[in-house]
Structures are given as structure tokens and as C-alpha cells.
Design a protein around this ligand. Structure first.
Ligand code: ADP
Length: 514
């Protein structure tokens, strides 16, 4: 995490920037398929489907038109053949109508020739050839009949009888073929009508499939994305500034939004760290007077012991001298420890998490504020249940939270008040809670919802900044914890800090594996 400051800040900021840069690269390196393109492609496919349907319908209707015309020809042909057969009968019965017979047979032949290709497509080549062959043979027989004596008159009738039987045979074949032709063509036409009826239904079916696909696409692409963004804003509100990493294979319009959010998170992180640090320095400022006072004791002791040693050096035994020198060392060490504590707290560093014993942490914090507590004449105590698990967090940042709560409690407490800190398991499994309860002035109900707002303070200028609780809330959220306040004006205030217990290595492993 980045923090405000000099050299270190630059080092840390680069780390945070590197993470953001990695996310940026990962987001930008994917191939681009914009949502606009997908939508256009979708509408184009609707359009193409409609075009295909219209063109197919037009083609079928054109075919239908041709078939209908051909059906008329086929009917005409059948009619001509039937007429020819009727005159053929007349001719053999009464010897009349030969020219009519020839004329109808010729017309049938012309019809056959004019629609040769269509007939072939309906009947097939072989059948058409047989049909043509029958008609041609029929025509030849008729030509032969022209030069024969008329039936029923005197003369050679043998040839006529043979021609008659052949004519009947080919004639009946021709009639069969003609009927077959009409029936087949009618079958084709009715099949085409079936298709014309089916096509809109098929179109509707494909349209439905396309619409389902698009509804799904829109839901996943847009609504799914918005939901993810909402969860990102939620985690930002909870102080988690981990950059957004790509989830999909392609870049689109949301990528720019994600990049902007990542940049915003980097900036927010920087500002938060700056705020934490500046507020910490403010607390150090508050503590300095107390520390200076606390340093007085060991320094006085050192001065006195040194003066005694100097004055009574000759009278003192070796053991006494040694003991005094030992005292000097001890007092000097005490002073160093006091200053070291403060410097250690004030020192700016990268957020480093470690396993922490909350009781130990609270004891260290109370030691930092020992002199303030002494001056306020407030009785401070820590109660801790036994066998509590460790927590995982940044020692200095959590110290800052508790120091802030202690200093606020001291500010609000009358002389002789109490400050109780209780560490126990929270009702939420996997969490510990620290209740910091004072017997101070309390917080009026109308103010209570605002105390965690940045810059909200009821203290006079120069005494309060209004940043303590908001910075504490930020730190705790970053630790996956929380803080809540309850207060009864005139009786006191109680802050409950919630912190997750340290994860066991097995759990950590599981998380890393998943
Ligand atoms: P500051 O202490 O600089 O005012 P904080 O954010 O720490 O800023 O606190 C905001 C306000 O909350 C304080 O000004 C005070 O009115 C109220 N407050 C916080 N802790 C207590 C407390 N223990 N008792 C009474 N009021 C408190």
C-alpha cells in the first residue's frame, strides 16, 4: 500500500503503480470487440435473416408461377391427346375426322416440343423420351393411315387393322403419360404451396432463437457488467482498492471505465495513506508533551544518581557504585524505550501485516498514552478473555486506531473517570472484538451518525481535526474489520472494533488453491 512521505512513499507508490500498470496492461492487451459492434452484428443478422426469407419466398413464388403456367400447358396437352383419341375412334368406326385427328395430334406434338425442358425437369429424361417416342410413332402411323383406304370401304383392310391396333396401343400410352404428367405437376405445385406456408414459420423460429441469443448477450454484456461495477464500488467503499483485473477475453466499452476506476482507486489509496500518516503525526504531536513529561522522571533520576555518584564517590563502596552505575544504565534505557516507542509509532512505513496479539497491542498503545492517562486521572484497564486467537494486521495502523479511541475517551472523560477495554470473541464467527468503553460525556443522538465523517469534530479549533474516527474506519475496513459506536449522553460512550482472526496456514493454502 502507498503512503505519503519522502523516499519510502516513492518506493511504495511505484509498487502500487506497478500493480495498477499490470492491471492496465492486462485490460488493454485483449483484442477489441466492442458492444456496439456486437449489437450491430446482431441487428445485421436480423436483417440478413429477413432478406434470406424474402428472397426465398420470391424465388418460390416465381417457380410457382412457372409451374402454374406449365400446368396449363400439361392440361392442354392432355386435352389434345384425348381429343385425338376421340377422333381416332370415330375414324375407325365411321371413316370420318382423320384431318381433325391429325390436327390434334400435331398440336399435342408442338406443345411437347415447346415445353421440352420443363417436361424433362418434371418427368425425367427417360420418361420424356418414351413419351415423345409414343407420340412420334403415333404420328407416323397416322401418316401411314392417310394413304390407306378409308375403313368400312372396299379394299385391302389388313394393313388398317394392324395400324389400328398399334394406334390404340400408343394412344393409350400417350393418355397415361399425359395424366401422369398433370398429376406430377400438381404434386409439385402443392409442395411449393406447403413451402410458402412453412417459410414464415421457419423464419419466426430462427427469429426467436436470435432474440433469445441477443437477450442473453445483452444481459451478460451490459447488466452483468453493471452488477460487477456495483460490487466494485461496494468494495471501494469498504476500503479495498485492489485493481480490477480482466474477466473476459475481449476488450469493449467497459474497459475504459475499468481503467478509470483503477486509476481512481490508486489515487484514493494514496490519499488515504496520506491522511492516515498526517493524522498519525497529529497524534504524535499530542503525545509529545506527555512523552516529554514522562522523560522527566528517568532524566531526573539520572541527574540525581550522577550527582550523588560524583559527590559521594569516595565514601561509596564498590558494590554501591556498581549499583548506581547500573541504575544509570537502567534509567537511560527507560528513556530510550519511551522515545523509541514514539518514534516507532510515528515512523512511516509500508503497510506490513503480521500476526498480532490484541492484548499485547493494547498494552503497547496504553504505554504510548501513559502520561496523558495519568494527567487525566482516568483509570484505564484491559480485560481479555483467555485463549483468544491472534489477528492479522498492520501493528502501527491498528495502534493508531486504538490510540485515537483512547485519546478521544480521555478528552471526553472527567477526572477520576474509567476507561475499560475488553477483548473477546465477536458474535460473528471468525472475528474478535475490542470494546473501548468510557464514562465520559457521551455523544448526543443527533451527532452520533456523523462522527465517522471526515472533518466532523465538536472540539475547538486546534484541538480536533475530525479525522481520527474516519481514518480509523478506513484502516479497519482495509483490515476487513469494522467499528461501531453506542453512546448515552452523560453516561459514556462505547466503541466496538471488529477484527478478523488470523487465517490458519491451511485456510490460506485453500484460498490460494481456489
Ligand atoms: P476529533 O477527535 O479530531 O474531533 P474524531 O473523528 O476522532 O475527531 O472524533 C469526531 C467527534 O466524535 C469528536 O469531535 C467528538 O465529538 C466525538 N467523539 C469521539 N469519541 C468520543 C468519545 N469517546 N466521547 C464523546 N465524544 C466522542
Amino acid at each position: 500500500m502507498a503512503k505519503a512521505g519522502d523516499e519510502k512513499e516513492i518506493g511504495n507508490a511505484v509498487t502500487a503503480e506497478q500493480v495498477e500498470l499490470l492491471a492496465q496492461k492486462a485490460l488493454e492487451q485483449r483484442p477489441l470487440i466492442s458492444i456496439r459492434f456486437r449489437l450491430m452484428a446482431g441487428f445485421l443478422s436480423f436483417f440478413l435473416l429477413a432478406v434470406v426469407m424474402i428472397i426465398t419466398t420470391i424465388i418460390i413464388l416465381q417457380q410457382l408461377d412457372i409451374r402454374m403456367q406449365f400446368l396449363v400447358i400439361a392440361d392442354k396437352y392432355t386435352n389434345e391427346i384425348q381429343q385425338a383419341r376421340r377422333f381416332e375412334k370415330n375414324y375407325f368406326l365411321y371413316g370420318t375426322n382423320l384431318p381433325d385427328l391429325l390436327e390434334h395430334a400435331r398440336t399435342a406434338q408442338e406443345l411437347l416440343q415447346s415445353s421440352n425442358s420443363e417436361l424433362e425437369s418434371v418427368l425425367g429424361k427417360n420418361e420424356l423420351n418414351t413419351m415423345t417416342m409414343h407420340l412420334e410413332t403415333y404420328m407416323n402411323l397416322l401418316e401411314q393411315l392417310k394413304i390407306q383406304p378409308v375403313p368400312g370401304t372396299q379394299g385391302e383392310q389388313e394393313n388398317i387393322t394392324s395400324i389400328e391396333s398399334q394406334l390404340r396401343m400408343h394412344g393409350s400410352q400417350m393418355v397415361d403419360y399425359a395424366f401422369d404428367l398433370s398429376a406430377k405437376e400438381r404434386g409439385n405445385v402443392s409442395q411449393m404451396f406447403t413451402w410458402v406456408r412453412r417459410i414464415p414459420l421457419i423464419f419466426l423460429f430462427f427469429l426467436l432463437l436470435l432474440m433469445i441469443y441477443f437477450a442473453n448477450l445483452l444481459t451478460r454484456q451490459i447488466i452483468g457488467r453493471l452488477t460487477r461495477l456495483m460490487s466494485v464500488t461496494e468494495r471501494i467503499a469498504n476500503g479495498d482498492f485492489t485493481p480490477i483485473m480482466p474477466e473476459r477475453r475481449y476488450r469493449d466499452e467497459f474497459t475504459n471505465l475499468n481503467l478509470a476506476l483503477n486509476h481512481m482507486m490508486l489515487e484514493l489509496d494514496r490519499h488515504q495513506q496520506k491522511m492516515i500518516q498526517s493524522h498519525k503525526l497529529l497524534a504524535v504531536g499530542n503525545l509529545t508533551a506527555g512523552v516529554a513529561h514522562e522523560l522527566n522522571n528517568p532524566i531526573n533520576n539520572i541527574t540525581l544518581t550522577a550527582a550523588m555518584l560524583e559527590e559521594d564517590y569516595q565514601q561509596l563502596s564498590d558494590d554501591e557504585r556498581l549499583e548506581m552505575i547500573h541504575d544509570l544504565g537502567h534509567e537511560a534505557e527507560r528513556s530510550t524505550q519511551i522515545v523509541r516507542n514514539l518514534l516507532d509509532f510515528a515512523r512511516e512505513s509500508e503497510m506490513t501485516t503480521e500476526q498480532l496479539d490484541l492484548k499485547q497491542l493494547l498494552n503497547d498503545t496504553i504505554r504510548l498514552a501513559a502520561n496523558q492517562i495519568k494527567l487525566s486521572k482516568v483509570k484505564a484497564e484491559i480485560n481479555s478473555k483467555v485463549n483468544l486467537p491472534l489477528i492479522h494486521g498492520d501493528r502501527r495502523q491498528l495502534q493508531q486506531v486504538f490510540l485515537n479511541l483512547i485519546l478521544n475517551a480521555l478528552d471526553a472523560s472527567p477526572s477520576g473517570g474509567t476507561l475499560k477495554m475488553t477483548i473477546e470473541r465477536a458474535q460473528t464467527a471468525g472475528y474478535l472484538e475490542v470494546i473501548v468503553k468510557d464514562s465520559g460525556s457521551g455523544i448526543p443522538q443527533h451527532i452520533l451518525p456523523r462522527i465517522f465523517d471526515p472533518f466532523f469534530t465538536t472540539k475547538p479549533t486546534g484541538r480536533g481535526t475530525g479525522l481520527g474516527l474516519s481514518v480509523s474506519l478506513g484502516i479497519l475496513k482495509q483490515h476487513g474489520g469494522n467499528i461501531e459506536a453506542e453512546s448515552t449522553p452523560g453516561k459514556g460512550t462505547s466503541f466496538t472494533v471488529l477484527l478478523p482472526v488470523a487465517e490458519t496456514p491451511a485456510e490460506l493454502k485453500e484460498q490460494a488453491d481456489s
